[in-house]
Design a protein around this ligand. Structure first.
Ligand code: GAR
Length: 207
């Protein structure tokens, strides 16, 4: 039996986190296969990066809403992921909130990366929220996805200092670099089944 850990990635944007994870898979740092990449944006860079790597990549029309999938789209996403027999759904810049049927289909098996130290600054443009608020340290968070927005149990976090001369753009760039370090490590631990969950606390087994 082939029991390779299978990952499905969802993204809406340029896909730099996907690239970091895909490169870590190729380098043997994540014992898994990326089975499929799906996007709600036809021209998203993430699809091109996946096709460059010969990973099945598919645009799935999101339907009539702006911030969530409509019912038909949700069914199409779930079907594509089930068909690819994925073990873990990795959200990498997927800019829609996932709802009931999707969450139920992959309960406890969906992870996301967010560009702040949650629970600070959930929602959009978190790096800009951090700058506007005047915090001295921000960062990124990998967390399980539940019905709340950026609210699930926290798997890992990495800090990034906020500098006096930061603009939203260069702060986001440094957060992105931290994401590319953190996300592959978290996905690797999940693929190795070294992660356990006790309520809101996520525990890492020592290697
Ligand atoms: C990342 O910074 C990620 O944290 C953010 O989108 C960017 C995607 O970049 N996600 C969210 O804000 C989700 N709420 P990428 O397409 O280059 O990986």
């Amino acid at each position: 039996m082939n029991n390779t850990f299978r990952i499905g990635v969802l993204g809406s944007g340029k896909g730099s986190n996907f690239v970091a994870i895909a490169d870590a898979v190729i380098a043997g740092q994540i014992p898994a296969e990326i089975a499929v990449v799906l996007s709600d944006v036809e021209a998203a860079g993430i699809l091109a990066h996946a096709r460059d790597r010969k990973i099945p990549a598919q645009f799935v029309p999101p339907g009539k809403f702006r911030t969530k999938l409509d019912e038909e789209a949700e069914r199409a996403f779930v079907a594509a992921l089930q068909q690819a027999q994925i073990d873990l759904v990795v959200l990498a810049g997927f800019m829609r909130v996932l709802k009931g049927d999707f969450l139920r289909a992959f309960e406890g098996r969906i992870v996301n990366i967010h560009p702040s130290l949650l629970p600070s600054f959930p929602g959009l443009e978190a790096w800009k929220q951090a700058l506007d608020h005047g915090v001295k340290v921000t960062g990124c968070t990998v967390h399980f996805v539940d019905a709340g927005v950026d609210a699930g149990a926290i798997i890992g976090q990495q800090t990034v200092p906020v500098l006096d001369n930061d603009t939203p753009e260069n702060l986001h760039q440094r957060i992105h670099a931290a994401e590319h370090d953190l996300y592959p490590k978290c996905v690797a631990a999940l693929a190795r089944r070294e992660i356990s969950v006790a309520g809101r606390r996520v525990l890492w087994k020592k290697a």
